[in-house]
Design a protein around this ligand. Structure first.
Ligand code: NAD
Length: 395
């Protein structure tokens, strides 16, 4: 086996970042995660919607002055004018929800691969268009539902697929936060002002955290959600967007799922939990304790599977997602980097003419479209007091 980086491409992938400047949150995480394993190098970016702020932020990301751009269009035109061996390979999108579609479309049509944050778009029609563009261009499109990158989530996914839990019957996923408690909307917040604007965010707690829970259910169980019945509320007196909701999800006529999303639960930080019930066993995972997976079988002692790469009970998918020995905590950055690494494998195959599989280890453009469909269906359902809405793609 070759030791060359990104064999058989044998070089680092060149990354551009959109967003992340100033006090922004997730752009910095993208930059760190993508470069964690020295497989990519951040060489270009549009770090802010304000051209001057974008250029000012570039040095703190290690981006040279000549490749700190004022807009996405300027970046794409300038990068296409560079020799192929200097040009970016992929664009990471860490900007407000309403901007994802145009940025992703421009990057894909210019031939670049894309890593986009969630929710993928603010409308199903835009999401479906991105699916078509990805299919037409053959580009790699990854969506940073980063919780799919945790080693114990990879463990759970393989355990379900191999039948260790038996037939899956029920799933519960909750994403509980409390940051809106007592929070007064500021006229000019340092970051995230767009999150309270319905036109820019598209949804509240549903799109912000509910989509992560929805995606995680599909990722671990492999089940396709077909219908949803949702009820949402706006409890915060000065909010216009949902800050709490329940969604019951049906998977055909058999499995049933329940998702709770909240940003008004006092003291909860990023409390994402997943519970899967099978006919042979049930499992529980909690993102605030991500290195453990709890497995229960009736009348047997509860088992705690620890992230311990050398242990016999750890499966290959989990082991491949670990970097350090058990007991040293791995967390958010490493999981995020695992999503990047999975997408890098496909980028290398695309760049070297290799054959790619339909199923991906990273959430892809179809998963992104399913998430946006989930948002729109929950909104429609909740406005009709929980009537059932289809999640199937229109023919
Ligand atoms: N995967 C996760 O865990 C996770 C966590 C937080 C946020 N997110 C998602 O990431 C995205 C960004 O969220 P955030 O919390 O970092 O937002 P933020 O408000 O903190 O930062 C947004 C950044 O994007 C920049 N920006 C806005 N429009 C731009 C444009 N057209 N071109 C270039 N830069 C532009 C802003 O100047 C700012 O620097 C959202 O879609 C959000 O849902 C994902």
């Amino acid at each position: 086996m070759s030791n060359a980086v990104n064999h058989p491409l044998n070089r680092k992938l060149r990354m551009a970042l959109v967003g992340g400047g100033g006090a922004a949150f997730i752009g910095r995480v993208h930059a760190t995660a993508a470069q964690l394993d020295s497989r990519a190098e951040l060489v270009a970016g549009v770090l802010s919607s304000d051209p001057a702020k974008s250029r000012a932020a570039a040095p703190s990301f290690g981006i040279g002055e000549d490749r700190a751009y004022g807009s996405v269009r300027e970046m794409i035109d300038a990068e296409l004018a560079l020799p192929v061996d200097r040009r970016i390979d992929f664009v990471s999108i860490a900007t407000p929800n309403f901007t994802h579609f145009e940025i992703a479309k421009a990057a894909l049509e210019a031939g670049f691969d894309v890593l986009c944050d969630k929710p993928m778009t603010t409308s199903v029609s835009d999401a479906d268009e991105l699916v078509r563009i990805v299919e037409r261009t053959g580009a790699v499109f990854g969506l940073t539902h980063n919780y799919t990158g945790y080693p114990m989530i990879r463990q759970a996914r393989e355990m379900v697929a191999s039948g260790e839990l038996g037939k899956i019957q029920a799933i519960r996923a909750n994403y509980m936060q409390g940051w809106l408690c007592g929070m007064k909307p500021e006229p000019n917040p340092a970051r995230g002002g767009w999150k309270t604007d319905p036109a820019k965010a598209g949804s509240g707690s549903l799109g912000d955290v509910g989509t992560h829970a929805f995606n995680l259910i599909g990722y671990v169980t492999g089940l396709k959600a077909t219908e949803v019945s949702a009820n949402m509320r706006i409890f915060h007196p000065e909010r216009q967007l949902d800050d709490y909701g329940h969604a019951v999800v049906a998977f055909g006529e058999s499995q049933l799922g329940m998702i709770t999303f909240s940003q008004i639960t006092h003291g909860r930080l990023n409390d994402l939990t997943l519970e899967v019930d099978g006919t042979k066993a049930s499992l529980t995972w909690r993102q605030e304790d991500p290195n453990e997976l709890i497995v229960r079988r009736t009348w047997q002692a509860t088992q705690v599977y620890e992230r311990q790469p050398v242990a016999a009970y750890i499966n290959d998918s989990c082991r491949a997602a670990c970097r350090i020995p058990g007991g040293h905590p791995e967390g958010f950055f490493e999981a995020f980097a695992n999503v990047y690494n999975a997408a890098f494998e496909d980028m290398i195959l695309r760049a070297t003419g290799g054959a790619r599989s339909e199923t991906t280890r990273y959430p892809n453009v179809r998963d992104g479209a399913a998430g946006v469909r989930f948002v729109e269906a929950c909104q429609a359902s909740s406005s009709e007091r929980g009537s059932w809405k289809s999640l199937n793609e229109r023919a």
